[in-house]
Design a protein around this ligand. Sequence first.
Ligand code: SF4
Length: 409
Amino acid sequence: MNILADAAKYDVSCASSGSKRKNENKGLGNASNGICHSYTEDGRCVSLLKILLTNHCIFDCAYCVSRKNNDIKRAAFTVQEVVDLTINFYRRNYIEGLFLSSGIFKDADYTMERLVRVAKKLRTEHNFNGYIHLKSIPGASDELMREAGLYADRLSVNLEMPTEAGLKLLAPDKNRQDMINPMSFLKKEIIQRTEEKKLFKNAPMFAPAGQSTQVIIGATPESDQQVLQSANYFYKNFNLKRVYYSGYVPVLIDKRLPALNTAVPMVRENRLYQADWLMRFYGFHVNEIVNQQQPLLDLDIDPKLGWAIRNMQAFPVDINKADLQMILRVPGIGLLSAQKIVSARKFAKLSWEQLKKIGVAINRARYFIICKSNEFERRDLTGNNIKQFILAESKSKYIKNTQTQLNLF
Ligand code: SF4
């Protein structure tokens, strides 16, 4: 359990697995390695048992602690052991579901078949209705992917590197097509099953939480432009629910990899998540965030502010007149606040005070908007002036933490 929960911690595609809270004073519960939190389709936060079926692997991916040439202790669960652990932990209220990944035992299908058997036993023999996230093994057959979708809530295939060239360099045993095939199959199957479900109420569910993927950043020299364009491609072509960006943690010595003392790119990881959010929810095209002229995200400021100061001609935005899409582009105004603004201004023109109450971060937004109040804060400031003002005021934790890794696991 120690070995296989520890090895699973490098997979971030089931969100924050960070707590090290100990059970003190005979309290209830103990959040440690092996339990992580994830969000279901309807927004609930669930705690998951996060483990590998095995850390044996026939592949030798340079960035992975489980690679075959790494001299570490190996272990493997049987299918029944994972089922029993899940049921026992569930009954004790430690977890609400399972996140199961694996090294590759013998070949893709041999391993995938075991992962599917775990999910199938849980669902059919134990009537387990908790959340199940299965990692799909690249190269697994369509039949196994179909079966996996019948029992798992979410399936994910890790892309690992943002580009094919990066993958070739660090994971020569893998190829991109073996990742694309299961993704493509899942996309078609999810669409078809969703249609069936609309017609026949009793049609079985198929991966109701969809599919996701993970890319490692900082292990290879891809720019943010390459990372985000790749993410955009996979969102668009495979209907992914999420792309997870995992800053490379240097744990292995290999001349193809960054040195062991290289800092984990936590700020970059955070900026990529912000940019990803802009593409998915704020109507930004990937090329507006990063492009040939601007291939790297500015680590000092969030990408929306970055876009705004490069496009000062689009401001000031009149908060009482502009359409929702433009309000969403104002730094300091989030999705909910933008929607509230559009509803509230039907009744009265909005002032700074009201915008504050709505939840707008005035310290940022004030440089980019006009409202009922007379004061126009932007005055004749240039984009660069504004950036400096905002940075000087910022108490962002990321500035303090640029040299240290956040405690994620
Ligand atoms: S296939 Fe997966 S488990 Fe095996 S070495 Fe590569 S990344 Fe690690």
